[in-house]
Design a protein around this ligand. Structure first.
Ligand SMILES: NC(=O)C1=CN([C@@H]2O[C@H](COP(=O)(O)OP(=O)(O)OC[C@H]3O[C@@H](n4cnc5c(N)ncnc54)[C@H](OP(=O)(O)O)[C@@H]3O)[C@@H](O)[C@H]2O)C=CC1
Ligand SMILES: CC(=O)[C@@H](O)[C@H](O)COP(=O)(O)O
Ligand SMILES: [Mn+2]
Length: 392
């Protein structure tokens, strides 16, 4: 019997890698709902290829374009928040959560409340509302499978080991496009330069996060929630080849690691396989002899202050990660549209963390509270953008 897979963020980078795998293994999977943000043409094209049970866009105003593009196809569709929730409510064995940003939290949490198996790429859900999210996953019997390459590699490296036996869990970072750049050059970097990731093909927001190393900061917080491990036993190391994705040093000195070519279909296939290993057509097998050297170096928090800010938010706990994530999303969007320089991102995020630290001390009790804090910090950060520009 085939498994039904719903994809949130279907038209994005992770969404496309997922539907590529679903198409390759059409006998094993059927497509439940496909959900996108606002790109009606892209979702309609994908829906015509994949024949889902339902297609939905978050942006209500894009609904008529989607409906028109799917006229005569027989594919039910809709737009707006209710349509997205209707998509989530459709029967599914696996929900791939691949919306970008905290916008993914509500639909992913709705799937979680239905007790679904969730292949989670949307790390911002965990950064925004990690405690409540993981608590509700347990409460509603939802299984969370990590898609993020480092966390998936770490889950595989864990085997049946115990978290209490871990001495150190290390996430690798490619170092991003500015790994070897001097601080002055980074300060003047353009959005196009920041988006030129050296090893992975990804969406715009995560590309900028990788360039600032905020992505690795988000991932430390993600690992804390996924594995239930505290900050003191979490580490980051720069590994420019992106072949080793995560390492676990055990208390007896043994180290297990997860390796693969930098292709997101590998961790996605691991999640979709639910214990079976799926073949990936057109995948490049890892060949260490031709790869040559695997190199490692420490992360430089002076040139990449976002990593320092994220570590501080993780150490502080409470609502600090919620605040940090919201400010970062506004700052990244401001950088992309040219409103602030690259280091304006770290500056704005740090100011937001300082501003809100005394206001929100404890962790959000539920997802609704997390989203309320998120909205308040976004509004404040938007107001602060011109000041950040002057300061930068
Ligand atoms: N790309 C990668 O290799 C990796 C990504 N991740 C994580 O996965 C997530 C997705 O990343 P990526 O695929 O790169 O992002 P993309 O920007 O490529 O895709 C984002 C997707 O989300 C959709 N979307 C945007 N806003 C909404 C909304 N409000 N409701 C529903 N859908 C929405 C977009 O639709 P539309 O285009 O119509 O707006 C698009 O389908 C992120 O959290 C990222 O950190 C983690 C590891 C690796
Ligand atoms: C593919 C993936 O998992 C990304 O999150 C990746 O980690 C980004 O590369 P960086 O290591 O440069 O952040
Ligand atoms: Mn990652």
């Amino acid at each position: 019997m085939s498994l039904t897979v719903t994809v949130l963020g279907a038209t994005g980078s992770i969404g496309r890698s997922t539907t590529d795998l679903l198409a390759q293994h059409a006998g094993r999977f059927r497509v439940g709902a496909l959900v996108g943000g606002k790109d009606a043409a892209a979702l309609a094209k994908l829906a015509l290829e994949m024949r889902p049970d339902f297609a939905a866009l978050a942006d209500e105003s894009a609904g008529p374009a989607l409906a028109e593009a799917l006229t005569g196809s027989g594919i039910p569709n809709g737009a707006g928040e209710d349509a997205v929730l209707e998509a989530v409510a459709r029967e599914a064995d696996i929900v791939v959560a691949a919306v970008s940003g905290a916008a993914g939290l509500k639909p992913t949490h709705a799937a979680l409340r239905l007790g679904r198996t969730i292949a989670l790429a949307n790390k911002e859900s965990l950064v925004c509302a990690g405690d409540a999210f993981m608590r509700d996953a347990a409460r509603y019997g939802a299984r969370i499978l990590p898609v993020d390459s480092e966390h998936n590699a770490l889950a595989q490296a864990m085997g049946d080991g115990r978290v209490s036996d871990i001495a150190k869990m290390t996430l690798t970072a490619s170092g991003g496009p500015f790994r070897t750049w001097a601080q002055e050059r980074i300060a003047a970097a353009s959005p196009a330069e920041a988006a030129a990731h050296p090893t992975w093909s990804m969406g715009m927001k995560i590309n900028i996060d990788s360039a600032s190393l905020m992505n690795k900061g988000l991932e430390l917080i993600e690992a804390h929630h996924l594995f239930g491990i505290e900050a003191a036993r979490l580490d980051v190391i720069v590994h420019p080849q992106s072949i080793v994705h995560g390492l676990i040093a055990w208390r007896d000195g043994a180290v297990t690691a997860g390796l693969a070519m930098p292709d997101m279909r590998v961790p996605i296939a691991h999640c979709l396989g639910l214990g079976d290993r799926l073949e990936i057509a057109r995948g490049r097998p890892l060949d260490l002899a031709t790869t040559g050297s695997l190199t490692f170096e420490p992360a430089d928090e002076a040139r990449f202050p976002c990593l320092r800010v994220a570590r501080a938010a993780l150490a502080e706990g409470g609502a600090a990660p919620t605040v940090m994530n919201a400010a970062n999303e506004i700052a990244v969007a401001a950088f992309i549209r040219g409103a602030i320089p690259f280091y304006g991102i770290a500056e704005l995020v740090e100011r937001a963390c300082e501003r809100f630290a005394p206001v929100y001390v404890r962790a959000p009790e539920d997802v609704e509270e997390a989203l309320a804090i998120d909205a308040e910090v976004r509004a404040w950060s938007l107001e602060a953008v011109p000041q950040a520009r002057a300061a930068g």
